[in-house]
Write a protein of this length. Structure first.
Length: 277
């Protein structure tokens, strides 16, 4: 998050007061519609408890760091994408624990896991604050005080972040490799469905209130590109790397980059021709 914050400005947060509807639409899709849709998908498919909990956790996370790049590649509204990323990251200190507790307790198998690990949501809040909010604040402060230095190091920090994220994903898969091999087909199908649903929720929530096509693309990407790195940190910190959760989060981290890249490439070839339907 520190690398992303180096390119953020206070204006990215103020934009919600200037153009509230697109940003609020993205936040509603991110923190309300996606977790609710995830719960319905779980009820429909009935995955194992740990896999279901991994799906709920991923849906409760804020947008991922590469969403702004995909938005630019898609000919989306990059300013909107950056603002949603910034605001959702700030809000996730409350919304991620809230959605994790809310939807997990609605489903008996996941509720049993929370009771077994005796999860204290206050500890989750503290971890999110340390992992996301402090780097966000420090990065924005450095950007404001030393724009020359922040511009110089931002590219290197982003590359380092990708390396660290890759290590998390590989570590999660390696620690649960036998489980992953045994359930690989089901996990791939489930994550593909889940991620596709997230992209569609973002797009059609924006379309339903007749937002411009560029906004729809950005909100779709913001909803479909989740911060699975945060999910993995929480899984290893509070759930001892629980197999099903870790596999879902790790594979989501791989797949959402793939789906985001494919969708962005497709949209990059399509002109922004507005439809009034």
């Amino acid at each position: 998050m520190f690398g992303v914050a180096l390119e953020l400005k206070v204006e990215n947060f103020r934009r919600i007061f200037k153009t509230p509807v697109p940003i609020l639409t993205g936040l509603v899709a991110q923190f309300i519609l996606l977790p609710a849709g995830t719960f319905l998908l779980i009820l429909l498919i009935q995955p194992t408890a740990s896999v279901a909990l991994g799906m709920i956790l991923i849906s409760a996370c804020p947008g991922g760091n590469v969403s702004n790049f995909f938005s630019m590649m898609s000919k989306g509204n990059v300013a909107l994408s950056v603002s949603i990323t910034a605001i959702s990251t700030a809000l996730c200190i409350f919304m991620t624990p809230f959605n994790l507790a809310l939807w997990s307790n609605f489903y008996a198998p996941t509720r049993a896991i929370l009771q077994e690990v005796n999860l204290e949501m206050s500890n989750v809040v503290i971890t999110i604050f340390m992992v996301l909010l402090i780097p966000l604040i420090l990065g924005m402060l450095l950007s404001a005080k030393r724009p020359d230095l922040s511009s110089k190091i931002s590219g290197h920090i982003r590359k380092m972040s990708l390396v660290i994220f890759g290590a998390f994903v590989l570590g999660a898969l390696a620690a649960n490799f036998d489980i992953f091999l045994h359930h690989i087909a089901a996990v791939i199908l489930l994550v593909t469905l889940h991620n596709g649903m997230a992209l569609l929720i973002g797009y059609f929530s924006a379309k339903s209130i007749r937002l411009p096509l560029a906004d729809r693309r950005s909100i779709s990407i913001e909803t479909g590109i989740q911060n699975s790195g945060l999910g993995l940190i929480l899984i290893f910190d509070f759930f001892q790397g629980l197999g099903g959760m870790a596999i879902v989060a790790a594979w989501w981290g791989i797949w959402h980059l793939t789906s985001g890249l494919m969708l962005s490439w497709y949209w990059s070839k399509k002109e922004l021709v507005e439809d009034l339907a």
